[in-house]
Design a protein around this ligand. Structure first.
Ligand code: NAP
Ligand code: MG
Length: 515
């Protein structure tokens, strides 16, 4: 008998034994630097002669690992192999598939510190961010395992006399899984194991900034008993092999999480029906955000400031859910800004593996250049309050940056920056605040700090966001508690970690027998 789903607890790093365990894990991870990781096609190692170098953004000269980069031919082989594995895997009972996920969760729990340490180095997560990433990955395994068991049980239907009716959730076939680097274990795990537990087989193409943690995930899934070929591990550049995978006529579905531009491209490409293709591809695309927190005149400015700083600068603002716009009503604008500035200036930007880091670097050179460019744009569009450029260190460190008096149409108020930059906008009333909040093509997360019940209820209905939070931070969605997905150009609102998710990866068949 399974116990009910519960979220994996976060590690308390004030406990000296936990701190010691984390430090030891960092050492272990560091000793593994420079290792080579192959692709895994049909359960076998494969090299290509080309490599993706994964570096530590806190110290870009350090190579965390090298991962084999797939060619187009490897991509073709992976799809064929996944179909070969589908025949067997799709017939494995749901309970047994789920048990592989539960075992993988146990393995991850045992390797929690090591997996977290690897993410500190590979993508620049702080201890607590990396720990939360592992916890979320475990949650996805435990949650989707239980969800599949639920869906495999007899489903409620209206009964009529003389007939036996049944609905069965069948797998779709071979899917392509394309996750981002910013939750390099959690999102990758959620996207992959949801597909697999539903009876599908997948080609997993990890993000090129985080292929080492992806390789560790694949190893864990294999140890947990996932048969060869069910998860084809195909690292490679999205620009080089992405189109081949997405447009392949034998691909049944694509699950993507990443930027808006790439998501739109995939959606368009997948819509085309190629010769020999006998289905319309399903696309789950979860994309970017321009997430806003509204602060009402009667809100507690200390409370709001703490929530804003955590939401805006956690993991250097590199969360799809990060707060990048603060829309404050006129009376609270100045006191709020002062408090946010004060808290922001106490943040310590440092190499992410150091215990004292509030946040680390941005993920790579391209992100660094892009964020700094937006900061320069911001200097023309608003007034700089604090930050405004690189922070010290050899890595891709950027000071936490605040702009004030930004207009709703400004680029820094419209475009996703994906870095530690937040824009303050002033609203004359709650109507205008909502209008500004809804005035972007996105609709991922949003927040309201208010004590006014009428305002909160209006926002409940009118704030156009897939995940809306009142009087709390807008990041840190928990599996099962806050099913996650966005509106508009933020995506297809798949609600990862919720009861509706596996339905997207299955097709319902109804069998009716007259006796
Ligand atoms: P990205 O640049 O769009 O990359 C995402 C994935 O797409 C990577 O695996 C990438 O591979 C691949 N890719 C790139 N070009 C491709 C192509 N032509 N065809 C197929 N795949 C391709 O996004 P990112 O920088 O990794 O992640 C940050 C973005 O993700 C932000 O916009 C953030 O808001 C969004 N995000 C959204 C959610 C959500 O739930 N809505 C959650 C997390 C992140 P390479 O790495 O090899 O280029
Ligand atoms: Mg890296």
């Amino acid at each position: 008998m399974l116990v009910d789903f519960q979220n994996e607890p976060l590690t308390d790093f004030t406990d000296p034994s936990r701190r010691a365990a984390m430090k030891e894990a960092l050492e272990t991870a560091r000793r593994g630097f420079g290792r080579e990781y192959p692709m895994r096609i049909d359960g076998r190692d494969r090299l290509s002669g080309h490599w993706i170098r994964s570096v530590d953004p806190s110290r870009p000269r350090e190579v965390v690992g090298q991962v084999a980069a797939a060619t187009r031919e490897d991509a073709m082989d992976a799809i064929q192999g996944a179909w070969a594995a589908f025949a067997g895997w799709s017939r494995v009972p749901a309970q047994a598939r789920a048990r592989c996920l539960f075992k993988a969760a146990a393995l991850m729990r045992r390797r929690k510190f090591f997996l977290a340490a690897l993410m500190c180095f590979e993508v620049g997560k702080t201890w607590s961010e990396a720990d939360a990433d592992v916890a979320e990955a475990i949650d996805f395994l435990e949650f989707y395992g239980r969800e599949m068991i639920r869906l495999a049980q007899p489903q409620p239907l209206v009964r009529i006399l003389g007939e036996d009716n049944e609905v069965i959730y069948e797998p779709l076939g071979v899917g392509v899984v394309i996750p981002p680097w910013n939750f390099p274990l959690a999102i990758l795990t959620g996207m992959t194991v949801s597909s697999v537990v539903a009876g599908n087989t997948v080609v997993l193409k990890p993000a090129s900034a985080s292929p080492v943690i992806a390789a560790e995930f694949v190893r864990i899934m294999e140890e947990a008993g996932i048969p060869p070929g069910v998860i084809q591990f195909l690292p490679g550049s999205g620009g080089e092999i992405g189109d081949v995978l997405v447009s392949h006529p034998q691909v049944r579905f694509i699950t993507f999480t990443g930027s808006r531009d790439v998501g739109v491209h995939i959606f368009e490409l997948a819509a085309k029906v190629h010769p020999g293709q006998t289905w319309l591809k399903r696309v789950i695309a979860e994309m970017g955000g321009k997430d806003a927190i509204i602060v009402d005149n009667d809100a507690d400015p200390d409370d709001a400031a703490a929530g804003i700083v955590t939401s805006a600068f956690g993991f250097a603002g590199q969360k799809c859910s990060a707060c990048s716009r603060v829309i404050a009503l006129a009376d609270v604008y100045e006191p709020l800004l002062e408090r946010v500035k004060h808290l922001t200036e106490r943040l310590k930007v440092a190499p992410a593996d150091l215990e004292e880091a509030s946040y680390g670097p941005v993920v790579d050179r391209a992100a660094y250049d892009k964020v700094l460019e937006y900061i320069e744009i911001g200097k023309r569009e608003g007034q700089l309050v604090t930050g405004g450029g690189p922070a010290e260190g050899e890595g891709y460190f950027i000071k936490p940056t605040i702009f004030r008096d930004v207009s709703p149409g400004a680029r820094i108020a419209q475009e996703e920056i994906f870095g530690p930059v937040v824009a303050f906008l002033k609203a004359r009333g709650f109507d205008e605040a909502l209008e500004i909040a809804n005035g972007t093509p996105y609709g991922l997360t949003g927040g309201v700090y208010s004590r006014n019940r009428v305002h909160l209820e209006r926002a409940r209905r009118e704030f156009h966001a897939g995940n809306l939070y009142f009087n709390r931070k807008i990041t840190g969605a928990l599996v099962g508690v806050h099913p996650f997905g966005g509106f508009g150009m933020s995506g297809t609102d798949s609600k990862a970690g919720g009861r509706d998710y596996l339905l997207l990866l299955t097709q319902a068949k109804v069998v009716s027998e007259r006796f």
